[in-house]
Design a protein around this ligand. Structure first.
Ligand SMILES: [Ca+2]
Length: 339
């Protein structure tokens, strides 16, 4: 199992543009501070009379099998059973491959194609409203021998096998969750994880830079402390930052302590917003240092406007095994300018 991306929406403030920079390609609604399952914020998807609201993000490449796991808090049952689209999937051509909709009785319906397509399977249990529910779906796309399984709070409630390919392409490239205009159930979504196989009910905790180290080539724009210039629950652009004009520059930062009581750590994801200030070559990479070992993400070439860059670290470079809480508590964020 490989985690492709994950998000808890706790590092965008209320600015949807910052989410767009961090990989989301449709983000119609600002992040909500009113209610969160993990951290400080979740995304509020609420229908209006005229708008179709959607949260949408691509995978790294077209895939034939995908698992999407997320926590939802549905306000109430929709009055139209096609308009609350819980997990939806688009193929590599932008055509809709399948969708899990919420029925007027609160059951989860899978449809091969878009929300107007026939229901091929219905969950054996309904969701509970006004409380967080974990809905994990595994989709294998094929014209025959395809499969869909849905787990509600860890229990299998829907299984379907057969033709799961609605389009001309036997793949999935994008996930979305949405409400169509009117008659849908408003909901919050948090702890969204895309993976290559079952991940279970994961929480996505956000750790910010929390301290400088002696390795500090990147210079703060003001004062002498670096971490506080990039400890941004809401990215603030050029208002505060660290920077370097030298290839080979490296800075290491201590991180917030991971929450007490967390269990197994599925992955650590580093998300950095960066830009360059002039024309010419510039590449950087982010990473994590654990003990004396370092793991790097791939090199990124920032634009002159801010962009988000993510790297996923499934294992602790010091051990080659999954991260432990104590190892993560001692790990450092690493920034490196390459060229
Ligand atoms: Ca959150």
């Amino acid at each position: 199992m490989t985690i492709l991306w994950a998000d808890s929406f706790d590092h965008y403030g209320l600015n949807a543009d910052d989410a767009l920079r961090s990989g989301w390609n449709t983000f119609d609604r600002p992040v909500s501070a009113a209610l969160a399952r993990t951290g400080s914020q979740a995304v509020r998807i609420a229908p209006s009379s005229t708008l179709w609201l959607r949260l949408k993000r691509a995978f790294d490449a077209p895939r034939t099998t995908i698992v999407m796991a997320a926590a939802y808090r549905f306000d109430q049952a929709p009055t139209n059973g096609t308009r609350t689209q819980v997990h939806g999937f688009m193929d590599s051509n932008g055509d809709q491959q399948g969708v899990l909709t919420l029925s007027t009785a609160g059951f989860l319906d899978y449809r091969v194609g878009d929300s107007n397509a026939a229901v091929v399977a219905t969950s054996s249990a309904p969701v509970t409203f006004a409380t967080w529910q974990h809905v994990e779906l595994r989709l294998a796309v094929a014209n025959s021998s395809g499969a869909v399984e849905v787990r509600l709070n860890g229990q299998t409630v829907l299984s379907y096998s057969g033709d799961t390919q609605a389009t001309a392409h036997a793949d999935i490239l994008e996930w979305f969750t949405s409400v169509n205009a009117g008659s849908a159930a408003a909901f919050h979504v948090d702890d969204v994880v895309a993976a290559t196989d079952w991940v279970g009910d994961l929480r996505v905790h956000t750790l910010f830079p929390a301290g400088d180290t002696v390795q500090a080539d990147f210079v703060p724009d003001s004062g002498t402390t670096g971490f506080s210039r990039i400890r941004e629950a809401a990215p603030d652009g050029d208002a505060s930052f660290v920077a370097s004009d030298s290839a080979g520059a490296v800075s290491l930062f201590a991180l917030d302590a991971p929450p007490a009581g967390i269990g197994a750590i599925a992955a650590v994801i580093v998300d950095v917003e960066a830009r360059k200030t002039d024309a010419g070559a510039c590449t950087f990479r982010s990473g994590l240092r654990s003990g004396v070992a370092v793991a790097h993400g791939s090199a990124h070439a920032p634009d002159t406007t801010y962009g988000g860059h993510e790297a996923v670290f499934a294992s602790d470079p010091a051990t080659g095994a999954p991260w432990t809480r104590s190892a993560l508590a001692a790990a450092q964020l690493r920034l490196e300018r390459l060229t």
